[in-house]
Design a protein around this ligand. Sequence first.
Ligand SMILES: C[S@@+](CC[C@H](N)C(=O)[O-])C[C@H]1O[C@@H](n2cnc3c(N)ncnc32)[C@H](O)[C@@H]1O
Length: 265
Amino acid sequence: MEQQLIDKQRIANSFSNAAETYDSLADLQREVGSQLLNYLPEQQPEELLDLGCGTGYFTPLLKNKYPQAYLYNLDLAFGMLQYARENRPAEHSSWLCADAENLPLAEKSIDLIYSSLAIQWCENLKQLFSEIQRVLKPGGKFVFTTLGPETLSELKTAWAAADTHIHVNRFVEQQELQSQICENLKLQSFEEEFKQLKYQELKGLTDELKGIGAHNMNSGQPAGLVGRERLRRFKAGYEEQRLSDGMLPATYQVFYVVVEKPLEN
Ligand SMILES: C[S@@+](CC[C@H](N)C(=O)[O-])C[C@H]1O[C@@H](n2cnc3c(N)ncnc32)[C@H](O)[C@@H]1O
């Protein structure tokens, strides 16, 4: 329990610290979240939740699509919410600093939940989906993106050449993800997309991950400074993966998922 709380705090701190730099570096996140908007239903919700809203980039877009809806923007990182509230204020909405696995929302209170690239940070997906099931109204939808295990595979390969520690977050496979969607929720669609980003130098990728707050939070990471020799092997391991065009690749496996809470009989 203590370990879990510490990890959540670290995740929250890391994203809070990244609030000012996030928007300038999050091209992929913007692209994925914009694509996710296409999966949203036409029907206007009364109560709408952006789960893991980050800097609130999607706040005006959600407000534009659903002008009548009351919007809850929720995030674990207080710094992210502060930034979002200052930079993307919205009427008929509120800002909640909370954990997706323990939602401060009433049972059957939300019509639609939008969530882009946030739930991969959750500790316990069964708990998350049970919370989603609890707060959704019957007929309500959870429309989200998350990352698959092939995400940052080049980074994993490079670190494997250097040591045996876990340096890249553990992203769950499609089957495991689906098995966590609890019985009362129904999977409507599941799509996968691979996106490849390219960098001239490795520093471009590592600075970007740091600047969006998404560096490794797994408890298996080594304490203290990473040794010089390990770093050299890591860099060499990444360099070996340069593409024929001379660029360094970073792959993202993105899942686009729509889940519905069935109407009660
Ligand atoms: C990669 S950012 C995505 C932000 C935004 N959805 C976007 O697409 O720009 C992930 C966000 O999820 C939040 N987050 C991580 N774990 C969370 C949790 N357990 N509950 C709520 N938010 C969480 C982080 O604080 C961060 O703001």
